[in-house]
Design a protein around this ligand. Structure first.
Ligand SMILES: Nc1ncnc2c1ncn2[C@@H]1O[C@H](COP(=O)(O)OP(=O)(O)OP(=O)(O)O)[C@@H](O)[C@H]1O
Length: 383
């Protein structure tokens, strides 16, 4: 099918005040134009996209936050004769592409804004008779095999049969920056995605726990960052790594062994907060989900975050593992996250599940962790 343009729809942006809406719309257009070569503008709540390459555009639009759906369309003058000709050509094309024939039921869905000398229902009935005449297919308004849409907007009418879902959310770049803790596992990649979906710019932070994890983890992190970057057109996606093995060595040798995971998380939040302050990020993000593993009991979550002053957001906090996995598969991170590279060998056989913030602070002081963490900060590398 030779389409004229793509008609995009957005959701939540429409609920904003006019000033905020203009800002969000302009970020959305910037992001679309950064994702692929196109002319694009917004008018009366619709995005009009004129790409150089339709195939590429249809693929990339599924990854642009803020868009709830989009349709490749044929555009024409709002004139019954023109609509009749274009509709005939359109269904003939659908028929020749094997998408429509006399055995498939259909429905015409008509939407209209502006003043016309016909109602939406009249236009739908008129279009329905044209399609029946051309293809000989039966009408079924309840559960049709194919829907054909006519969207009449003043003097222009748009014809299409597909409404492709977009990712929804808010345009990336409209909600400030966060430091997202990216481990290489399934959860933190999904958590990062969900926070991007709310418009946040990402500074991904990975703690390289080599020799307790394989060196291959770095490759995995790079691949995950590249995959997540696909959802961030037009907005920088930074990746920083910290060499964390030495800190873990220290914790393992100096603190009770069952506290290793707790001290590990504590140190990560501590460093993440410092980096957030340095890089003007407003929050930390992690992939915690209550009770999923020993370090994610409510007690441990409270204790490990106790001294951090900026918000720590955990978008997966109420998700089940299976829900997280399904989302990871949908966004394309699952395969990368599950590629084998071995478990962390620093994890103790019986990790503590209940530590009080006071006890953790005492341990931190007795081990003099602050200078250790300061030193670790110096290993920060930009990918
Ligand atoms: N090496 C790491 N670098 C950066 N962040 C990490 C690292 N390890 C853990 N985190 C952060 O802490 C969160 C909890 O990690 P934990 O190992 O307890 O759980 P997990 O279920 O294995 O998480 P994930 O699937 O994201 O690895 C992770 O989701 C991530 O945000």
């Amino acid at each position: 099918m030779d389409y004229d343009l793509i008609l995009g729809r957005y959701g939540e942006i429409a609920l904003k005040s006019p000033r905020v809406r203009r800002k969000f719309e302009s970020q959305l257009i910037h992001n679309i134009k950064s994702a692929f070569k196109t002319e694009a503008h917004i008018r009366e709540g619709r995005i009009f996209i004129h790409p150089a390459d339709f195939k590429e555009a249809l693929d990339k639009l599924t990854k642009i936050f803020g868009i709830i759906s989009f349709s490749p369309v044929i555009a024409m003058k709002t004139d019954k004769k023109v609509i009749s000709t274009k509709l005939r050509e359109y269904v003939e094309k659908l028929n020749s592409e094997g998408l429509f024939d006399e055995k498939k039921s259909f429905a015409i869905r008509c939407k209209r804004t502006g003043a016309h000398n016909f109602t939406s229902q009249e236009l739908a009935a008129y279009a329905g008779s044209i399609v029946q005449d051309k293809i000989g297919a039966p009408v079924d308004l309840t559960k049709p095999d194919i829907e054909i849409f006519l969207e009449v907007r003043g003097g222009k009418t748009y014809l299409f049969h597909e409404i492709i879902p977009g990712p929804g959310g808010l345009p990336i770049g409209t909600s400030g920056k966060v430091v997202s803790l990216l481990s290489g596992g399934i959860d933190s990649a999904v958590a990062t995605y969900l926070i991007m979906k709310r418009g946040c710019k990402i500074l991904a932070l990975h703690f390289d726990t080599h020799p307790y994890t394989s060196k291959k983890t770095r490759i995995k992190i790079k691949k995950l960052a590249d995959k997540l970057k696909e959802y961030s057109p037009g907005v920088e996606f930074e990746l920083l790594t910290i060499e964390y093995g030495e800190y873990l060595d220290y914790c393992i040798s100096k603190a009770p062994r069952n506290l290793t995971c707790i001290l590990c998380k504590f140190g990560m939040y501590h460093i993440a907060e410092k980096i957030a302050n340095e890089k003007k990020a407003l929050a930390i993000v992690d992939g915690n989900s209550i009770g999923q593993v020993a370090s994610q009991t409510l007690h441990n979550i409270l204790a490990t975050r106790y001294s951090v002053k900026i918000p720590i957001l955990s978008p997966l906090i109420g998700f089940d593992k299976i829900e997280i996995e399904n989302l990871a598969k949908r966004i394309g991170t699952y395969k990368i996250s599950t590629s084998p590279n071995g478990a962390c060998t620093a994890a103790p056989p019986h990790p503590a599940t209940k530590i009080s913030p006071q006890k953790l602070l005492k341990i931190k002081q007795s081990l003099d962790l602050d200078p250790k963490l300061e030193k670790i900060m110096e290993t920060k590398t930009k990918y």
